[in-house]
Write a protein that binds this ligand. Structure first.
Ligand code: NCD
Length: 307
């Protein structure tokens, strides 16, 4: 059994711990110099068996900004997974070299297997269509910075709610705050999985499903757009048919609130027209910056390092 704290699912952290991470992320921005050397001689491994730009690079930038070092691989093909090595053996090996591991894997549950064997903290940087807790921490920090609160919000989640792991983790996280209403906007085939609906119902959450982004728009405080997850489809025809289900443009924003916060975990393909980027409500690149700040806070927390 692992001896360290891990982050596999967002609910591995209490609401108080998330508050603390958000406070640390803000302190990192306010007092950057205090953190520049705080992880000296510490090493982070980023083991990415699936593609990534923001998650991997923001983890690496986070550790470098804390004065630590990074090593790892960015595709299964450049690791011994290509020779048939198990996740467990890779983790047991890399655990000898580093102090903390962030891993992304196409198989749901792979980080749980890793956490069982590893002596060092394991961070789930995305497991298949399942969970993505560090994206959720990123999203919570973005919402807190933009709205000043994490309660009393109507959140529209739009796109691929079936395979989108960022959506599943964000819903789970937001279920712990008061006054949250979810508007789930997707084609029928891409609705959130049953287990997510059961979780929402078990805590009496307010939610409804719709196929119409236009109808939902006026009531939203937050619009969380997502990419159709091509790599998780069983056949290409279904992807081609569904890929352009939602394209957010300035016309669709005409009925939106003045202070709507538009988010997207990125990468975007077609789902937000580039003309929206200059709208002051577009927050997705700011969100990517928040990802670095909260990952800095998370690394410190899991390594047990305080300022
Ligand atoms: C997301 C992911 O990998 O799940 N990207 C990210 O980590 N920012 C979203 C996606 O790939 O669509």
């Amino acid at each position: 059994m692992s001896k360290s704290r891990n982050l596999i699912n967002i609910t591995d952290l209490t609401v108080e711990e998330i508050d603390k991470l958000i406070a640390t992320a803000d302190d990192i921005v306010a007092n950057h110099a205090d953190y520049e050397d705080i992880c000296r001689h510490k090493k982070l491994a980023t083991l990415f068996f699936e593609p990534s730009t923001r998650t991997r690079l923001s983890f690496e930038a986070a550790m470098l900004e804390l004065g630590g070092s990074v090593l790892g691989f960015s595709s299964a093909s450049s690791s011994s997974a290509a020779k048939g090595e198990s996740v467990s053996d890779t983790i047991m090996t890399v655990g000898n070299y580093v102090d903390i591991i962030a891993m992304r894997h196409p198989k749901e549950g792979a980080p749980i297997v890793a956490a069982k064997r590893a002596e060092v903290p394991i961070i789930n940087a995305g497991d298949g269509g399942h969970f993505h807790p560090t994206q959720t921490l990123t999203d919570l920090l973005t919402i807190k910075r933009k709205k000043g609160r994490l309660n009393d919000l109507t959140i529209g989640l739009c796109g691929d709610l079936k395979f989108g792991r960022t959506v599943h983790s964000l819903i789970e996280a937001m279920l712990r705050y008061e006054g949250i209403k979810f508007v789930l906007i997707s084609p029928e085939e891409l609705q959130v999985p049953e287990y997510v609906k059961e979780k929402m119902n078990s805590v009496g959450a307010e939610w409804y499903e719709t196929e119409s982004l236009e109808d939902a728009m006026p009531e939203l405080d937050i619009l969380y757009m997502t990419r159709i997850q091509r790599e998780r489809f069983f056949n290409e025809e279904d992807y081609v048919r569904l890929k352009d289900s939602y394209i957010l443009d300035l016309e669709k924003l005409e009925n939106a609130k003045e202070d709507l916060t538009i988010m997207h975990p990125l990468p975007r393909v077609n789902e937000i027209s580039v003309e929206v980027d200059d709208d002051p409500r577009a927050c997705y690149f700011f969100q990517a910056l928040c990802g670095k700040h909260i990952r800095m806070a998370l690394i410190l927390f899991l390594l047990g390092i305080e300022k």
